[in-house]
Ligand binder design. Structure first.
Ligand code: DP6
Length: 349
């Protein structure tokens, strides 16, 4: 017999960034972070996990290519889920797995991303969240999504925020064993559903410095990171939670843009400096800043992760349409800027 479970998990985009770990193995951050989870119809990972007595080893395929499961992060997630596995019985298919059997049984995992892997579009976030969620269902683990988020966190920090829709906060926690470092949902996806998220894909090439290495260097060398984690983010988190609760777009946009810019300033303050944004990214920022300024009140927020692609969050459908027109004007299809825009959340624009 084979028992199979398939799950789909969207990626999330941080509006208050996670950058820096206080524990590299458990993946414990130096500050809280807040993200918005994208519509699962667009940027997501689909993962099928299977178990069978005929499998002789754990194996995994990513986008059709076999990859090694020997890495510490995969092993940590597998170990944590196996420890929580419960008995499963499916009389129709003749499947009976006792709790203790999970130790001996092997797994096969097949995962697909419908967006570029490692191009700064948070593919590891959706990937590990989906893996942990699918395994938990396969193994009949009883943990709720926050408890599962603490396991996904050990795969990739940002993954813990993809277990929920809407706006999500990753609480950094204080415990040394990481048990209180988990994600909670602030509001669900219906709370602020007029927002439209557009991702301007500046480059789908693999980034040069991974988030993991980049943040390690920042922790070791950036004084700005220390100041950010202790003084700036705690205040911003409170202000951002208020802005989201009140659907206050002006404050939301101001905080998101400032936080993205500070994160990239920390990257520049790192030795050697890390450059994730490129000239096209900078031009997008100028374009949005100019437009927001001319409107008097912000219409669009921008945020950039560890890559040059822009995540643009428009106040509503009208602002999103105007933004697309402006982007097309600034970056006509014939320009050498290589900008392809994807519209997330509202396909009709
Ligand atoms: C810039 O979660 O990819 O996207 O924990 O080492 O796997 P690891 O890093 P990762 O870092 C994401 C950094 C970020 C900001 C964010 O998502 O909060």
């Amino acid at each position: 017999w084979v028992r199979m479970v398939t799950a789909q998990t969207p990626t999330n985009i941080a509006v208050i960034k996670y950058w820096g770990k206080r524990d590299e193995t458990l993946i414990l951050p130096v500050n809280d972070s807040i993200s918005v989870t994208l519509d699962p119809a667009h940027l997501c990972t689909t993962t099928t996990v299977a178990v069978s007595p005929s499998f002789d080893q754990d194996r995994m395929w990513l986008n059709g290519k076999e990859i090694s499961l020997s890495g510490g992060r995969y092993q940590n997630c597998l170990r944590e889920i196996r420890a929580r596995a419960c008995a499963v019985e499916d009389k129709e298919k003749g499947i009976k797995i006792a709790k203790k059997d999970w130790e001996k049984l092997h797994l096969h995992v097949a995962s697909y991303n419908n967006f570029p892997t490692a191009a700064g579009l948070a593919s590891s976030a959706a990937g590990f969240a989906c893996l942990v969620f699918a395994l938990a269902k396969l193994m009949n683990a009883k943990e709720d999504n926050s408890e599962l988020s603490a396991i996904a966190r050990q795969g990739s920090g940002s993954a813990c925020r993809s277990l929920f829709g809407g706006f999500v906060k990753w609480i950094m926690g204080k415990a040394e064993d990481g048990s209180d470092s988990l994600a909670v949902q602030l509001v669900d996806e219906k709370h602020w559903d007029e927002l439209v998220i557009i991702i301007a894909v500046v480059s789908s090439r693999q980034k040069e410095t991974s988030s993991t290495t980049g943040m390690r260097d920042s922790v070791e060398t950036s004084l700005l990171l220390q100041h950010r984690a202790k003084e700036v983010v705690p205040k911003r988190i409170k202000q951002m939670e208020e802005a989201i609760k009140n659907r206050d777009f002006g404050s939301f946009a101001q905080l998101s843009c400032a936080d993205s810019n500070q994160f990239h300033a920390v990257c520049l303050d790192t030795c050697p400096p890390i450059f994730y944004m490129n000239d096209t990214s900078h031009r997008i920022i100028s374009c949005v800043e100019k437009w927001n300024c001319s409107e008097g009140t912000p219409q669009v927020a921008y945020t950039f992760d560890a890559g040059p692609n822009a995540v643009l969050i428009a106040h509503n459908r009208k602002a999103a349409t105007q933004l697309m027109q402006k982007l097309l004007f600034c970056f006509p299809p014939s320009s050498d800027a290589d900008l392809n825009s994807y519209v997330i959340g509202d396909k009709s624009i």
